[in-house]
Design a binder for this molecule. Structure first.
Ligand code: MN
Length: 287
């Protein structure tokens, strides 16, 4: 089964990553999905994934894609991933790939070779991307040796076209396309930023430094959210005061005929005040 290796490496009771369904391949001419996930794990890398044969063919690109056609970026082919993985963004707390995953780009792709499987076997595979950040014509060319890796290594190369140029796209557009404006630290802050405080997935070198920075930023973001909390409490206290004032006020219909009618008016007023309080809290949270 194509996803065996993917599943063998992961414990889905501990990881938020999808286990995936085995599914039929997209037919010729059907739109195929592609994505690039920025993955801070033992090393920062970018995972390029192209839908083919009912799975996402996957390459880990340590330096990320380059729009400069003179750059040849090493791309290590890794195990096929389930289609559902394609919009995953989040925190892998431990185990295989432990770290932060950001959906850095996604869109559709079309093969430029008539027979994709033949092109992959040959190790010379041309395709077009239509994402937010990556567009136009690209090639994956397999290298002779495997280098230091046990996985086949390829080179990811941008063809010269309207979408190529001397832009470091990973620097120019570093953020998530799934959560607008979110950096790795924001993704961690939305989860449990304290998990790696003492034991991050990488401790030394550039990656260790990057982890330290992202964990610190995520904890700071969390603290700031806590600092905002009194504002929320105040507004709910004000709402409560208002609610009590309504309770003390004489019922609008002074001639309420039965205690039930009076009660209904009060309950309705309470409900309205509660709604206002909820709304106000939501607005504060949104800031
Ligand atoms: Mn990865």
């Amino acid at each position: 089964m194509p996803l065996d290796e993917y599943r063998r490496k992961r414990d889905f009771t501990r990881s938020p990553e999808p286990a995936g369904d085995d599914r039929d391949a997209a037919g010729a001419g059907e739109t195929r999905y592609f994505c690039v996930q920025k993955h801070l794990a033992s090393h920062l890398h970018y995972d390029l994934r192209l839908e083919h044969g009912g799975v996402l063919l996957s390459w880990a690109v340590p330096k990320g894609p380059s729009l400069d056609s003179r750059d040849k970026r090493l791309a290590m082919q890794v195990e096929d991933h389930p289609i559902e993985y394609g919009d995953f963004e989040g925190v892998i707390p431990d185990g295989y790939g432990a770290g932060v995953v950001m959906l850095w780009d996604y869109g559709t792709w079309t093969p430029e070779s008539a027979d994709v499987d033949a092109a992959l076997r040959k190790g010379d595979f041309k395709f077009r991307l239509d994402g937010y950040k990556l567009k136009g014509s690209w090639a994956l060319v397999r290298t002779k040796g495997y280098g230091d890796s046990s996985k086949p290594s390829w080179l990811l190369i941008k063809h010269r076209d309207d979408w190529s140029g001397p832009i470091d796209i990973t620097e120019f557009a570093p953020l998530s396309v799934k959560t607008p404006g979110a950096d790795l630290a924001d993704i961690l802050a939305a989860d449990t930023p304290a998990i790696w405080k003492d034991n991050p997935p990488a401790k030394t070198g550039d990656t260790g430094t990057l982890f330290q920075r992202i964990i610190a930023t995520a904890l700071e973001l969390r603290e700031r959210q806590h600092a905002d909390a009194p504002t929320r409490l105040m507004s709910s206290a004000r709402a409560k005061a208002k609610l009590e004032a309504i309770d003390d006020a004489p019922p609008r219909r002074a001639t309420a005929k039965s205690p039930t009618a009076k009660k209904t008016t009060k309950t309705a007023a309470k409900a309205t005040a509660k709604k206002t309080a909820t709304k106000r809290a939501a607005t504060t949270r949104g800031r």
